[in-house]
Design a protein around this ligand. Structure first.
Ligand SMILES: *[C@@H]1O[C@H](CO)[C@@H](O)[C@H](O)[C@H]1NC(C)=O
Ligand SMILES: *[C@@H]1O[C@H](CO)[C@@H](O)[C@H](O)[C@H]1NC(C)=O
Length: 359
């Protein structure tokens, strides 16, 4: 299956890239939060947003906790495998290793948000602004080795996956003891997030990004950490409405970026309905439980601690801990996302539009 997909993708890439490019040169740069992290926070000594201890990784290759916030693979791991490439390594593990950087880098960091003040109680994390700065440093290191022209070409041809914004709600706006939830109405908060995101995505464009996939948010009102706030363990409708409002504004931003930068292709990847479908109809996908997590998490924190009790069959649960899908759920979600982004029948999302003609 993965091989077939890699071939379909390769065909699309070959059709849209100069003849010298090949599937072997697919480079991805990943930005985001704990849903995409592969271990940056392991290198942040004082970060409280970490998952480098059991039972995280119990179903990962080797059963090791790598800093991924799930029992097995992230959606990004599965997409990488579908593309026929290894998942890009965490930026903070690279120590200036240019040979590794030119194959792709993951900057994602648990607790990170669009806003600088999001997740501040995790003490250390790479905010989206920090991650963009790390990409700038990556580009400078590559430039010192390959020169301007080859570096710009590499940056233009790479695909940028960005999944950020969940923490701006879960670990900021929805926390009554933080300023944002008291200072702003939801409409004001969405405007603030989108204008910040606009600057951030424009900055990435200026740094050379031309094929950018922005992941919309999932139904955060249905994750276990939010459900426990309702009387009967139901999804929080109001939170889901706020998320939909953010997604719709982010989709408009993507349209606007495509108009402003016609030689780039920004894509909005909507996973909201896929996740809601898993939550509403778990049995249709082989799951049994979607209203609570496999790991019986601590009431405070919501992460799966070494002394937490696990469910007996991890494949039967949509959620691994109070925030993050299980490996099995990620598998289902990645399949759907990959199909949406890269299937032959869909518009090949990350292909750049032709350069604008002067007129
Ligand atoms: C976030 O912090 C960075 C520096 O760390 C700064 O350049 C940027 O302007 C800040 N962004 C906001 C929205 O405050
Ligand atoms: C989840 O749903 C099941 C069956 O519908 C119910 O028995 C259980 O109490 C629910 N659990 C929580 C934590 O809401």
């Amino acid at each position: 299956m993965a091989a077939v997909r890699a071939m379909i993708f390769a065909a699309i890439m070959v059709a849209t890239l100069p003849a010298s490019s090949s599937a072997a040169s697919i480079v991805t740069f990943v930005f985001g939060d704990s849903l995409a992290e592969v271990g940056n926070n392991n290198f942040l000594r004082y970060s409280l947003a970490r998952s480098d201890y059991p039972h995280y990784g119990i179903d990962f290759s080797g059963g090791k906790a790598t800093g991924r916030f799930t029992n097995g693979r992230t959606i990004g791991d599965i997409i990488s495998s579908d593309l026929g490439i290894p998942p890009p390594p965490p930026y903070l593990s690279l120590n200036g290793n240019v040979d590794a950087m030119i194959k792709g880098v993951n900057y994602a960091s648990g607790g990170a948000g669009i806003r600088n003040d999001t997740g501040l109680y995790f003490v250390q994390r790479l905010t989206f602004d920090d991650q963009i700065n790390c990409f700038l440093r990556t580009k400078e290191a590559i430039k010192a080795r390959l020169g301007d022209e080859a570096t710009n070409k590499l940056c233009n041809e790479a695909t940028y996956f960005i999944g950020i914004g969940s923490n701006d709600y879960v670990n900021n706006f929805l926390q009554p003891f933080l300023a944002a939830g008291q200072q702003y109405t939801n409409d004001e908060f969405v405007d603030l997030l989108i204008s910040t995101l606009d600057q951030q995505l424009s900055k990435l464009y200026q740094l050379g990004a031309r094929k950018v996939v922005f992941h919309g948010l999932g139904p955060l009102g249905c994750i276990p950490s939010q459900r426990v706030k309702s009387r009967k363990g139901q999804c929080l409708k109001r939170v889901n409405e706020w998320v939909l409002e953010f997604n719709s504004a982010a989709q408009n931003l993507v349209t606007s970026l495509n108009n402003r930068f016609p030689n780039a292709k920004f894509t909005f990847a909507d996973t909201y309905s896929d996740i809601l479908e898993l939550v509403d109809n778990p049995t249709a996908y082989g799951f049994k439980v979607s209203n609570t997590s496999c790991c019986n998490v601590a009431a405070i924190g919501g992460l799966c601690l070494p002394n937490s009790k696990l469910c007996s069959n991890r494949d039967e649960y949509v959620f691994w801990d109070a925030f993050h899908p299980s490996d099995k759920a990620n598998q289902v979600l990645a399949e759907k996302l990959f199909h949406r982004l890269f299937s032959a029948t869909a518009t090949p999302a990350p292909a750049p539009a032709p350069a604008p003609k002067p007129h």
